[in-house]
Design a protein around this ligand. Structure first.
Ligand SMILES: Nc1nc2c(ncn2[C@@H]2O[C@H](COP(=O)(O)OP(=O)(O)OP(=O)(O)O)[C@@H](O)[C@H]2O)c(=O)[nH]1
Length: 797
């Protein structure tokens, strides 16, 4: 009975929706109170790509031990069902009150300002500090000096807060883990990793601009990770604020059924509060910094009609996505506030709907109802399906369940170095973690002790001795890469990691003072460990250090951080596009390396072909089909290495080669002169020689570019874009249009200035890497000629 009550408590708080990967697919959402193991969650597996270097295949003793323990576990009958049955009512209640949420939006929509209010109203901070505020303190969540100075968020900040929600006179405390993410596309990895581990999100929109170019990108990211969201229309105090336009834009541009659950009382400077359409009551803020919420059952007379009309629109929208409301609608029954709320929760978690709330963070208005909505409509960790891959069963997907009694599985999603040491952010998917406990890194099989667990509060932390399933924490003393899975050794599981976009921009960099070399490399190692989109390599010929990343701002910030945090001043080259090289057809080779220079010579012969990699246009493939031992295995391994090295520096421009496959079929060795070195070199030479015959091509990054501007500038923008790329889609709204185009990154240098000129400063754009495509022939010729000239100049030096 106790068990049944526990499961029922969890389920009734879950109100699960049928999601199974069908996003917005119009599947009716059932109100069924399903057992926790029933297949009615959204899958986090789809569309993700591994980026951890290699799934661990070494049959190490640790893996064997893990398998053994997994069996023991099964024998001990700790199946998920058994674990669910053991769920105490306290734990079920704890889980039902946890929310892991992110705040994501277009640049400058007010994410940080909203987060500051959340911290204040939940009692986490004693005062509110504004972004670029006059008090010179800066927002809590923008803790980096650079962030405060520029007024932008660069790193996502994690924090937690307890929200005391009052419903029908009863107070319930919700534990909210919150991540404020950057709006600028150059820091997109921060959004990606937040989305990977969050259960829900608040999408903030500007009341004047509604859905903006970057909102569309954030929307794509939320959809990629199946993250349910509520929408918050901020800046209701601004001139021209129109929340209903924002609702309409969510419907039409993001194609998510959306409806307002509130309407504003007053507008612009006279904005006072909102009418809650579910309970038909007025909500206003009162007291210093709006700390008190005043609820009145009297709706202002002049808003009654609008409130009725918008309530009806809400019910109609819900009827489109929810069977229960649809039935009531057909029977002309009016749903109760509880029924409406339950339907909004089902449809939101089912990714079929987003409720729209409104307010003004800067004016301290209507943030508390938004926090209530986070609790009411966003999922708890038990409502979202998270999947691991079972390495003992050919990476078969297995569901993870957020029960403390199950073996531990967690994902390290972000690394950060702070004055106390290396900090690893971890999302606990299953089991609990105690201070001093040992964990295994699923990628390296290394055992690590967790000496310290903390909950993060922007740049401050609070020590805890234990963290439960479904929570987010940070741990000290763990050497790992971001995206690594940790287990307690009992389960042979690994988790798929987040999507890491290709870096598209690079520049050469070197410290001005040679004495700074150590600090420089220390900083670089740290940046690379923390940010998978930031990469570094040394160009062997020019001996230049090249850093690459997501855009000019991204690289600029790292150069600046080097200066500020490591006191290393650097010289940098011009930003360059990260081109790629590939081949378009098969070319055979038969290459003999034979060198005699006095002492032992070099001898290696390799025969085979290169061709486009039909399996994956972004990866390279090496294969050997040598029969009769003409090339011994150890030399074949050297050939594989040689191929990899040749691909790092393509023959055309010295940029990376992608989508190439090399097959070695035959060869010859010499008794004394053959070596790993000779075979490595011979393979590289063979590859370079065959490259031209294989239709060597320069690829350039194509960017999915989204432009929004007032409708009167459509012609100007069209002219601008026609020169730069292919227009994929144009949507014209009542007073503005959105254009989506695929443009080469090369054509986008200085674009913001042109767009400003073409739209009187009213247009805006965001860019996201889409794919690599062959550069136009004239550009290829130009780039190759330039590269050859540079090589010649170096040779003659
Ligand atoms: N009028 C008005 N201004 C606001 C409101 N909320 C935020 N702002 C202002 O908008 C600007 C951007 O706010 P932020 O909170 O930094 O926005 P953000 O979305 O976190 O910015 P990024 O992280 O750089 O993308 C700041 O100048 C804020 O003071 C609001 O409700 N009304």
């Amino acid at each position: 009975m106790r068990v049944l009550r526990a499961v029922a408590a969890l389920n009734s708080s879950c109100a699960l929706g049928s999601r199974q990967g069908a996003r917005y697919a119009g599947l009716a959402c059932r109100a069924a109170l399903t057992a926790p193991s029933a297949p009615c969650y959204s899958s986090r597996l789809s569309g993700l790509r591994h980026f951890s270097r290699s799934p661990v295949s070494r049959a190490s003793s640790a893996a064997e031990a893990a398998l053994k323990q997994a069996k023991e576990l099964a024998a001990a009958n700790m199946t998920p069902e058994a674990a669910a049955a053991r769920l105490t009512p306290e734990e079920a209640k704890r889980l039902a009150r946890v929310r892991n949420i992110g705040i994501a939006a277009h640049i400058d929509s007010g994410k940080t300002t909203v987060s500051e209010r959340i911290l204040f109203y939940t009692g986490r901070t004693k005062a509110i500090h504004e972004v670029r505020g006059r008090d010179g303190v800066g927002a809590k969540m923008d803790s980096m000096e650079l962030e405060r100075e520029r007024g932008i968020t660069i790193q996502s900040a994690a924090t937690f807060a307890d929200w005391k929600k009052v419903e029908n006179g009863v107070e319930e405390t919700y534990h909210i883990n919150l991540i404020d993410t950057p709006g600028h596309i150059d820091f997109t990895i921060e959004v990606e990793r937040a989305m990977r581990v969050l259960d829900g999100a608040v999408m903030v929109l500007c009341a004047v601009s509604g859905v903006q170019s970057q909102t569309i990108t954030v929307d794509r990211q939320m959809k990629r990770y199946n993250v349910p969201r509520i929408s918050f229309v901020n800046k209701m105090d601004r001139m021209g604020a129109n929340p209903f336009k924002a609702v309409e834009m969510i419907n039409s541009k993001l194609k998510i059924p959306a409806a307002a659950v509130q309407i504003p009382i007053g507008s612009e400077k006279e904005f006072e509060g909102v009418v809650d359409l579910i309970h038909m009551r007025a909500i206003r803020n009162d007291g210093q910094r709006g700390i008190n919420v005043k609820v009145s059952n009297t709706i202002p007379e002049h808003l009654k009609e609008l409130a009725e009309q918008k309530r009806q629109e809400l019910i109609e929208k819900l009827a489109d996505v929810d069977d229960e409301i649809a039935e009531m609608f057909l029977e002309e029954k009016t749903p109760t506030p509880e029924q409406i709320k339950a339907a909004i929760r089902r449809a939101t978690i089912g990714l079929k709907f987003t409720p729209v709330l409104m307010g003004s963070a800067l004016a301290d208005k209507c943030i508390q109802p938004m926090l209530d909505a986070v609790c009411d409509y966003l999922p708890n960790p038990g409502n979202v399906e998270n999947v691991a891959l079972d390495r003992s069963k050919k990476e078969e997907p297995v569901k993870l369940l957020p029960y403390n009694s199950l073996p531990f599985v967690g994902l390290a999603f972000k690394l950060e170095e702070n004055p106390y040491g290396q900090l690893t952010y971890m999302r606990v998917y299953q089991g609990s973690l105690k201070k001093g406990q040992y964990l295994y890194n699923a990628r390296t099989d290394k055992k690590v002790r967790i000496p310290r667990i903390v909950r993060m509060h922007a740049n401050e932390m609070e020590d805890v001795s234990e963290i439960g399933a479904g929570e987010i924490c940070a741990v000290f003393g763990v050497e790992c890469a971001s995206g690594d899975t940790f287990t307690d050794g009992r389960l042979p599981y690994g988790m798929s990691s987040m999507y890491v976009p290709e870096s598209v921009m690079s520049l050469s960099i070197k410290p001005k003072r040679s004495s700074d070399a150590d600090a420089f490399s220390k900083a670089m190692n740290r940046f690379m460990r923390e940010d998978p989109t930031f990469r570094l390599h040394v160009d062997e010929e020019s001996e230049e250090t090249i850093i690459s990343g997501m855009g000019e701002l991204h690289l600029d910030i790292y150069v600046e951080r080097l200066r500020r945090e490591y006191k290393v001043d650097c010289e940098t080259g011009k930003p360059r596009v990260a081109y790629r090289e590939t081949i378009s057809k098969r070319a055979d080779f038969d290459y003999l390396l034979k060198r005699q220079t006095g002492g032992p010579g070099d001898y290696a012969r390799v025969v085979g072909w290169i061709e486009p990699n039909a399996d994956n246009a972004e990866a390279n493939k090496f294969e050997t089909r040598v029969v009769g031992g003409n090339i011994p295995d150890k030399y074949l391994a050297a050939c594989g290495k040689g191929f990899e090295e040749a691909c790092l520096k393509g023959p055309l421009l010295g940029h990376r080669v992608i989508g190439a496959s090399m097959v070695i079929t035959d060869g010859a060795t010499h008794v004394t002169d053959s070596s790993d070195y000779a075979f490595n070199l011979a393979t590289q030479m063979a590859f370079r020689k065959a490259f031209a015959d294989a239709g060597g091509t320069v690829l350039e990054p194509l960017m999915k570019t989204t432009i929004t501007a007032p409708a009167e500038f459509q012609g100007n923008v069209l002219m601008l874009m026609n020169k730069r790329g292919t227009i994929v889609d144009t949507e014209v709204g009542a007073d503005e249009f959105t254009m989506v185009a695929e443009c080469s990154l090369n054509a986008m240098f200085g674009f913001s200035t042109h767009l400003r000129a073409a739209t009187q400063g009213k247009g805006e754009f965001s860019m996201e890497f889409s794919h690599y495509a062959p550069a136009p022939p004239h550009l290829q010729k130009e780039l190759i000629a330039k590269y050859e000239k540079e090589l010649d100049a170096k040779r003659t030096k």
